[in-house]
Structure formats: structure tokens, C-alpha cells
Write a protein that binds this ligand. Structure first.
Ligand code: MF3
Ligand code: CO
Length: 251
């Protein structure tokens, strides 16, 4: 069942998303060589709690942390640990959700630590662009898989691949609501998009093959071929005047 949001609900979700977007801006300065994933997690958790919000992932199905921190060949759901140290040349995917005033917000960004290879930068660019290509299709009258198809084709025409096992999702009073939003699919297929839908769109883009495995910790997802992966996510709303990116700071 898809829960459509009223104007009032959208205003609350939008406010939450702006708080989260602000955190991601600040985290850009915290993600540095020598810093550990657990330090980043603690800093983010303090920051969220100070803003009368709750980390959304902590305790979700037993997940132990505020952030997912996924380095290099880790795709998503990397558990922050103190022995996970950032170093020059790493790409660090950070995923964070928060809950405030009864509603969730969800966002992810892949940061580059100084001196990443040019071909890695191209992967990051393609992954980030694919998210915006998908968002562009999130319009009244379009169909759900128009979003999926736009992401997939942007990624695959550049020689990269999209992960199939994990998908975007509706979001609101629950972190994960209907519909699921895959990052692959056929144009013109899927449910019709209507005003009031709020979606978390989150392409996971691999440099090599799409296949992934899960570590023994039960969470950390990594590429089977060991090659690098990137993840970007925005929470967006479908409005009568087009897609509104709620987790983007106006500049
Ligand atoms: N953004 C991811 C998602 O929406 C993160 C979930 S991590 C979890 O699925 F720990 F909460 F599961
Ligand atoms: Co999500």
C-alpha cells in the first residue's frame, strides 16, 4: 500500500530532510584520512541527537550504528568499526537516516578522500548523475520503472553496472514503505506516479560486475569481484510541479 503524503506531512518530511542534508554537508569535512568509521558514526549520532532527531538505522533489524560506512569494494550497509580507517585514495560511501516528528528522511553520499584515481572519479560522477537522471523521471503521469530505467541506462552506457539485490523505497512514517524502487527496469512499466509520493532513490553502481556478497557480520555488502562501488541517495517528493529533491540544500 502506498501512503500518499499531504501538504502538511510533506512540510515535516521536507524539514527533516533539510536537517539530514545539513549533516551530509558537515560530514564532508569529517571524512578524512586517518579518521575511523566509528569516529564518524559517533560524531554523526551526536549531531543528530542534538537536533531533536533520532538515528533511523540504529536498532533497525538489529543494525548496530547510526551510519552505514562502506569503503571501496563495500557497496552498502558497511558497519562502522574502529579498525576501519579512512586513507588517501579511498571512496567512502556514507548512508544515514533520521527520524523526527514521526517521519523519516534518508540520504547517502559517496565521499572521495584526496587523490582518488581518475577512473574512480568517473565512476562516482556516473553514479551521482544516474541518481539525478532517475529523479528527473519522478513526475506525475510517468511510471515507476521510468525512474529505474533512466538510472540503469545512464550507468550501463558508461560501462558500469547496477546492483540488483538492493533497491530504493517509499519513505514516510516508516523508513521503508511501498513501492520498492529498483535501479533497473523497463521504461513505461510499473505503477503510475502520482502527486504526494515520497521516494528514497538510491542507485548502487559497481565499476565491474553487478554481483555482490554479504560478509559474515550479516550486513556489509561488497562486490564479488573486489572492484569499487558507489552509492548516492536522495529523498524526493513527486509534486504537481515536478520532482522536489528534499535532501538537497538550496544554494
Ligand atoms: N538507505 C538504506 C536503506 O534505505 C539503509 C538502510 S541500513 C539499515 O535501506 F541499517 F537501516 F538497514
Ligand atoms: Co534508503
Amino acid at each position: 500500500m502506498i501512503d500518499l503524503k499531504s501538504k502538511e506531512e510533506l512540510a515535516i518530511i521536507g524539514g527533516n530532510c533539510q536537517v539530514l542534508a545539513e549533516l551530509f554537508l558537515e560530514m564532508g569535512a569529517w571524512v578524512q584520512a586517518g579518521v575511523s568509521a566509528i569516529e564518524l558514526d559517533r560524531q554523526a549520532e551526536d549531531w543528530i541527537v542534538k537536533r531533536k532527531s533520532k538515528p533511523a538505522f540504529k536498532g533497525y533489524r538489529g543494525y548496530p550504528a547510526t551510519l552505514c560506512v562502506s569503503i571501496n569494494d563495500e557497496v552498502v550497509h558497511g558497519i562502522p568499526r574502529k579498525d576501519k580507517l579512512f586513507k588517501a585514495g579511498d571512496v567512502v560511501g556514507v548512508d544515514c537516516g533520521l527520524q523526527r516528528k514521526g517521519f523519516y528522511a534518508d540520504m547517502a553520499y559517496t565521499y572521495a578522500i584526496n587523490g582518488i584515481e581518475e577512473k574512480t572519479q568517473r565512476l562516482l560522477d556516473a553514479a551521482r548523475e544516474s541518481l539525478f537522471e532517475g529523479i528527473r523521471e519522478a513526475r506525475v503521469g510517468n511510471r515507476l520503472f521510468d525512474i529505474s530505467h533512466a538510472i540503469q541506462s545512464h550507468v550501463e552506457t558508461r560501462g558500469y553496472s547496477v546492483v540488483r539485490e538492493f533497491v530504493g523505497h517509499g519513505i514516510g512514517r516508516q523508513l521503508h514503505e511501498d513501492p520498492q524502487v529498483p535501479n533497473f527496469g523497463e521504461k513505461g512499466k510499473g505503477i503510475r506516479l502520482v502527486e504526494g509520493m515520497v521516494l528514497a532513490i538510491e542507485p548502487m553502481v559497481n565499476a565491474g560486475a553487478p554481483d555482490v556478497t554479504v560478509d559474515n557480520d550479516g550486513w556489509t555488502v561488497r562486490t564479488k569481484d573486489g572492484r569499487v562501488s558507489a552509492h548516492f541517495e536522495h529523498t524526493i517528493a513527486i509534486t504537481s510541479d515536478g520532482p522536489r529533491i528534499l535532501t538537497e540544500k538550496p544554494r
